[in-house]
Design a protein around this ligand. Structure first.
Ligand code: GLN
Length: 194
């Protein structure tokens, strides 16, 4: 089992470190052909417009969609959650997403005053609160059929999961707590193979 981490921009190193600490083989993905052989992909936090532009330049929109169709699970954190969402509110006019997951995400939803904060979150499947690190985070305004809400903060959805997709508004890779990464690894192991 191998999990790739999209390494174009943002907090990709921390995801690699956390996954390796769980004993998972990882690959820093800089070119689409490196997705071959990946059973899962993490799209990290960073800046969704910057990551999206680089994805377009290198041909990642097509490649990620194709590998997802073939059974590769995908987890987006923060900017990554925006990039996998079907609908984005407050996107830049020409901002493109993969549209893999039937969620509606509001970009920079927390606004300026509380644009970065930490909050303990009750996450479905975890027996103790998870330290949520939010950095200019989106929230998830609505989820479609087949999407399970995993966590909420102040009445807003901040983590969700579908068969082979997961989206988190916050940054589990910045906490040293590997439990959300473990949830994704379990999802990758259970994802249907094409
Ligand atoms: N606000 C950023 C965006 O729109 C996301 C921030 C993050 O990933 N920490 O892409």
């Amino acid at each position: 089992m191998k999990i790739g981490v999209l390494a174009l921009q943002g907090a990709f190193r921390e995801h690699i470190v956390t996954l390796e600490a769980l004993g998972v083989s990882t690959a820093a993905i800089r070119l689409p052909h490196q997705l071959e052989g990946c059973d899962g992909l993490v799209i990290p936090g960073g800046e969704s417009t910057a990551i999206g532009k680089l994805m377009a330049t290198y041909g990642f929109y097509e490649a990620v969609t194709q590998r997802h169709d073939e059974g590769m699970a995908v987890w987006g954190t923060c900017a990554g959650a925006i990039l996998i969402a079907l609908h984005v509110r407050d996107a830049l006019p020409d901002q493109r997403t993969l549209g893999l997951m039937d969620i509606s995400v509001r970009r920079n939803a927390y606004g300026r005053q509380v644009d970065s904060f930490e909050a303990d979150l009750d996450v479905a499947g975890l027996d103790a609160p998870f330290p949520g690190v939010f950095i200019r985070a989106p929230w998830i305004e609505a989820v479609g059929e087949g999407v399970e809400v995993l966590a909420q903060h102040d009445g807003r959805i901040v983590a969700a999961r579908a068969a082979d997709l997961m989206a988190t508004s916050f940054h589990p890779e910045l906490t040293g707590d590997p439990r959300i990464h473990r949830l994704f690894v379990e999802q990758v192991v259970g994802a249907p193979r094409a």
